[in-house]
Each structure stands twice: as C-alpha cells, then as structure tokens.
Write a protein of this length. Sequence first.
Length: 614
Amino acid sequence: MFDYGINFWAKDDFIIEDGKVKLGANNKIAIIDIVNKVRESGYRGPLLIRFPHLIKKQIDKLFNSFASSIKQYKYKGSFKAVFPLKVNQFPNFILPLVESSLDKDYGLEAGSKAELIVAMAYTNLKSPITVNGFKDKEMINLGFIASKMGHNITLTIEGLNELKTIIEVAKEMESPYPNIGLRIRLHSMGSGIWAKSGGINSKFGLTSTELLEAVNLLKSSKLISKFTMIHFHIGSQISDISPLKKALREAGNIYAELRKMGCSKLSIVNIGGGLAVEYTQHAGFNNRNYTLDEFCGDMVFNLKEIVKSKKEKEPDIFIESGRFIAASHAVLIAPVLELFSQEYDEKALKLKDKNPRLIEELLDLYNSIDERHAMEYLHDSLDHMESLLTLFELGYIDLQDRSNTEILVHLIIKKVIKILKHKNHNEIIRIQEQIQERYLLNCSFFQSMPDYWGLKQNFPVMPLDKLNSRPTRSASLWDITCDSDGEISFNKNKPLFLHDVDVNNEDYFLGFFLVGAYQEVLGMKHNLFTHPTEFSIVLDDEEDLEYRIENLLEAQNILDVLDDLDYDTKEIERILKQRIEESDKINDDDKKELLGKLYIMLSENGYLRTIKNI
C-alpha cells in the first residue's frame, strides 16, 4: 500500500482502507463511493466536497487544547477566538462553522463592510466579533450599529485617523459603544513569505509613539473604558514557534505597560492568526515544527510569566487562526481525462520491413530486457534515442522512424519501471524525472488552487482508490486551462507517483486535500472556468443511513459566467441564433438541430465532457 504521506497531513481525518481513501470517522466512508454516487446523478467535471464534521473537529481541538493548557498552568484568563472571514466566506462553510461553535466563545472577524454585514447577521450575540483592516466612517458606523444590536464587537484601530473617526461617531451616537482594540506594530517578525505581516515596516499597526498618542486620545475623549484589546499578527502559516514566542514577550510587556498607564479595562491580548497547517506529504519537508498542544502551552505559559513579573492581571487570550479551522474541511476531486503517453504502446508501432539498425537494436532491447540488465538496457535505449533524433534532424531517417523510436523508448522505460517497481532506486527516479507521465485533469488550478500558482503552496494529492497497488508512473499534472502555468511538475525531491491506467476503460480520480482555506475566495475565472460543483457530506447518526448529501450547488453554466462579466447574454443568444439561421453553409433541416445543441452547451458548465462524460 502506498500511503502518499497521509499520516503527515491527515492525522485521522482521512485514512486508507481496502485500497481506498476513506473518512476516519464513523463508518469509514470511501470518498470514491461518494463521488460515484454524485456522478450517477449527472454531475460531471471537478467536484468540491465539504465535510462539516471536520470544521467542528478543528474548533473542538483548538478550544480543548487551550483549556488543557489553562488548567495545567492555573491561568486566570480565558480563551476566545474568531474566524477570519477572508479565509473562506462561502455560506456552506460559514453556516456550519457558526452552528458548530454555539457553545463556545467563537465568533467572526471582518476586514471589509461586506464581511462585517455577514458577521453581524450570523455571529451568535454572545460570541465576539473583531473588525480589522482599514475603516472609513461608514464602516465604523456599522460597528456602532452592531453594538446596539447586542453584539460583543471590537473595532481594531490600524491608524490614529481611525481612532479620531471613532471618537467623532461616538459623539453622534448614544451608547452602547463597540469595544476598541489597538493593533500594535511589533519589531518581531514571523518567517517565510508572510513574514512582512510583522516587523516595524509592516502594513498595519501603531508604533510605540502612536500607541501613546492613541491612549491620550482615548482618555481625553472619555473612551478609555472601551479600550479592551491589543492585537498583533506576525504572519500566516508560522512554521516555527520561536518567532511567535518572541512576539508574545514583546506584546505582553506592552500590555502590562498600558495597564500601568491607567488602561484598566484592557484585558485581552489578541495574538492574531498564523497557527500552521501541515501540508507536506514527504518526510523532512514539514510546514509546522510544533504540535497544537505545544503552541497553546507556550502561549499560556509565556503570557503568565510576563504579567506575573509585571504584577498585572493575566489577560484573556484571543486568536484569529482561520487556516487551521478551514483547510481540512474541503477536498477537490479532479477526474483524469488523459495520460499523454498512452499512445506509446505496441499497437502504435509501425515497423517497416527494413528498419534503421538502431531501431532494430531498440526492438531487441525491449524484447530481451530482464531485471539483471534493466538499468543497462535503459541507458542504452536513451543513448539510441538521442542518436536517432540527431539522424532525423540530419534527414537520414523519416517521421515514421522517429515515431517508432519514441514508442520503443517509452515501452522500454515502462518495462524497466515495472520490473524494478519494488526497488527504491535513485537512478529510476532520475529517469522518471526526465520521462514523466502527463496526467490531464478536468479542473483549473487557477480556479481551485490559486495558492499553488501564486505562492507555490503544495497541497496533498493522491488517487481515491487503487491504493493496494503500487503506483509506478512519475506524474506531472496538467489542468485544462490554456496556460503553461497550469501544471504541477514532477519534483524529484517531492515525487508524485500515480498509476498507469487506461482512462478509456476506467475512471481515475485524484483528490487534492486541505484546500478549504483561501483557495475558493482567491480562485479566478481564468479561461472562464468557474467554481466546481460543490456539496456537503453530513454524517448521519442513524444506523440505516451513513451520510446525507446537502447543499449541492452545481457549477455555473456558460451563460451565467458570461453574465457575471456583464455580457448581455440575451444578445449573445440572439446573435448566435441569427447567424445559424442566416448561414448558407447549413441545411435548413439541420438548423433547428444545431440550435438545440448550442442551447444545451450554453446551459452546461465549461469543464470538459468526453465520450465517457468524464
């Protein structure tokens, strides 16, 4: 069984059993069975499957781990959290998230007016709302309205002008007022591509001088009692715990100093996001070098020690980690449309009565290869191919000879790999890096995994079945966009091996895991490929039913996509109809049939449909 590093990235959310990827919960449902059931109903192309039980599982893990650390260190503050809507604003994620956390101090964080409206509508009145990012007077007014609705809302100040606007609005509106948080600009920084979120030159936050001025403004405007939180954020996907501990020490001292200055209602330290997700499938390439318990324990212990030394109250700990909550809940399923070297089989050989000598030698190598001579014959075949391609360029052999050369070399490579498939041979990996199988997938990486294209973020990928047989083909993955960047190339340091399947006779599906954070909201309609058909799998406690398919939302059809771009779709339909009806290249009897076919295509999504309706 080949496990694709599932123990690194999945823990027990997903498991391998009977050669299939299954849910780790309840009756261990095979994902391939879910996919086949949905496809039987006529839904084609890529699928995005949501698992709401994994949302609840992550929330529970986070709260339980902090509760355990608070108990262990006899910490007097409490733990609260919010989910940043920017990570995933889709309702089929947000609504289960809110429902899963009704018994916890867990709310939503907004960074725009639209997100704040969502938070005001769906956050439990007892749960917190935080508002980050730049704000104008209208957005601040929304915060005051939320407070009057009964929400526990904190407006986090990114600059002094925002604070001055809050003071202005407070004079215009009666209490209750929202709480006020001050985002502090630390010297401490995270690591990796998101490190610029922290540091003295970061985009957000107040310097020490601005922080002192903000406190004076709050005191003079008699709003100091509403100042309850300081906030910092040193970056997403923090791989090491040390930078966060350093930032916490800096923030903890600022917290204590502010309380000594008379900010007596200041009682919360918001450490922002950054709790990392483990995406790796390969040993030695970890994305997170700490455990959840270590993370929580370090936050609690360090804050306790800092405020103890300053003889100040232990603050409530607040966190805004969204990736940790959202990533695992969604899986992208992409059907394989084609393997590009499958034309290289014996049926494609068109040998002549008299072939060039090197081709005859290639044929002999192919027929006589065995385990003992496998690598020797492989090297010989590659040398022969280079010589034959040179002969073609010089005009000494023809195109049929070139075709036979390519076919024979690929046949030899496949035979060597099959013979040596149970050996971890560095030479095999080197050869496979040069001669990869290209798997064409019915999906768009730009739409469904934009962080791969934009940030080179790796996502765990594996077949949904056939896991009781060893994969032998080094795989490069191509999406169906008309863009060379729509490719996940084979990497010998992090190799992906897939099965040599005949997709004309059987389906083969790849699952991309941990795509629930950021990918949907950042996905782009490159080539006008739209969001995949999505649905949620709700596990059922009833014995006669394993799960329910809910919230099924089919991918947009072509007309809807064009309408989103502000095309006049009625005009498009009229023009197309007119051009068919006026064409002298189409028989009158065929025009009605062609119009019918055209309207059917316009009513379907833009992903590919083959004879097999993959």
